[in-house]
Design a protein around this ligand. Structure first.
Ligand code: C5P
Length: 402
């Protein structure tokens, strides 16, 4: 299910100081399993050598001369036709002008003319060049024709000035490519709501009650759903993680915030995956001001939070779109029995029973092992694997439920 496997990416590099960053992008694409064809324009060759790319992508990097003395005289047709996605990073003002008007004066330009795949451009130039009416008109023509753009970002420019014109970072461009490649996946047209992270229950403005959840499993599920082509709403308690590119992100703090957000967004969703570690109790009332230690602070009165999945079960008959509700059960003993009890009580279609007693799986680490238990009595053992792999397995099974 690796999105990048068997995918051919045409990476065009044009004349800009940001050309060196294209090697990082090439490396990310290659490591993800894609076949990368790098093509440098004559301008790009003044900033970086094709030799920089060859070991990174494991094959020849094309230069303009290959248009005339290449393996065959139709190199550009092959490069263009075979691409699943073309990305120009960096995209210079000059190259965008050529693309906008259909010039075919370089191997890269003719390859793009011959391609039928989505095109992503990451402009990089001085701020004044980007702002120029001619550049803006060319960007508008290319957008009108369906090209996708990322950046340029604002910041320090090679000219010494500060402004809009920096090429977006390779990690961002990579995430954008990932998102574009996923759009024809099997979950296309479906909206999946994923909750993640450990909620925070305030004691006073400084202190809180929370739990060990890192949010890693929930974020991996959101990414796997995006990779499968779904529209994803991610409702998340605070985490240290990067939000998966392309999802609708709703940050929340407490169990009550999460409940409100779930209730608000669920009606437009086809599936719900409640991966968040929601607090079961919260302080009766958070103090308005910081509690002073001098006063002797040794007791916090707690009351139960509302169970979000229980509320979902009440709402469900009125939610015609919602076809699958999946919960999680983090258990340190009697895994199957406890999880089965929650599956029935919370009226779920499936529960992921998570053994958190082992050090190598569960909270905070990158791996997990689980049992998928279904409402119809089926069970599926998920051995120790990466949280991203478990997320893929879960999304594959979600497809059957929808
Ligand atoms: O009952 P327990 O907290 O063990 O159940 C875990 C499952 O219930 C998870 O899917 C969790 O996201 C969800 N949950 C909830 N509302 C709560 C507590 C947990 O929906 N208040």
């Amino acid at each position: 299910m690796n999105l990048f496997e068997n995918k051919s990416i045409l990476l065009g590099i044009t004349g800009s100081i940001a050309a060196y960053k294209a090697a990082d992008l090439a490396s990310r694409l290659k490591k993800s399993g894609a076949k990368v064809n790098a093509v440098l324009t004559p301008g790009a060759e003044k900033f970086i050598s094709p030799l920089t790319f060859q070991p990174v992508i494991g094959s020849k990097a094309y230069v303009d001369n290959d248009l005339w003395i290449g393996e065959t005289h139709v190199t550009h047709i092959g490069l263009g036709h075979n691409a699943d996605l073309a990305v120009i990073a960096p995209a210079s003002a000059d190259f965008m002008a050529k693309l906008a008007y259909g010039f075919g004066d370089s191997l890269l330009a003719v390859s793009i003319l011959a391609s039928h795949c989505p095109l992503l451009l990451a402009p990089a130039m001085d701020g004044d060049m980007y702002d120029h009416a001619a550049t803006q008109a060319n960007v508008a023509i290319l957008k009108e024709r369906g090209a996708h753009f990322i950046g340029p970002a604002s910041g320090h420019l090679a000219s010494g000035l500060t402004g809009v014109g920096r090429m977006s970072e390779p990690a961002e461009i990579f995430n954008n490519i990932r998102c574009l490649l996923s759009r024809d996946g099997k979950l296309r047209g479906k909206r999946i709501l994923v909750t993640a992270g450990g909620t925070r229950e305030a004691i006073d403005p400084v202190r809180m009650i929370t739990n060990r959840s890192s949010g890693k499993q929930g974020y991996a599920i959101a990414q796997a759903a995006l990779d499968a082509g779904a529209d994803v709403t991610l409702i998340s308690a605070p985490t240290a993680l990067d939000v998966p590119f392309g999802c609708q992100y709703i940050p929340v703090e407490s169990a009550a915030d999460m409940l409100n957000a779930v209730v608000a967004h669920l009606p437009e969703c086809d599936g719900l995956i409640m991966c968040a570690a929601v607090a079961d109790f919260h302080p009766l009332a958070a103090a308005e001001h910081k509690i002073k230690k001098d006063g002797g602070f040794n007791q916090i009165s707690l009351e139960p939070t509302q169970d979000i999945l229980a509320e979902v079960a009440v709402m469900r008959p009125s939610l015609s779109k919602l076809k699958a509700v999946i919960g999680f059960a983090a258990e340190s003993q009697d895994l199957r029995q406890n999880a089965k009890g929650k599956l029935d009580k919370k009226k779920l279609d499936m529960i992921v029973a998570n053994d958190i007693s082992a050090k190598d799986s569960g909270f905070a680490v990158d791996q997990n092992r689980a049992v998928f238990l279904y409402a119809d009595g089926r069970e599926k053992e998920i051995p120790l694997m990466g949280k991203d792999q478990l997320a893929e397995a879960l999304i594959t099974d979600l497809l059957q439920l929808l």
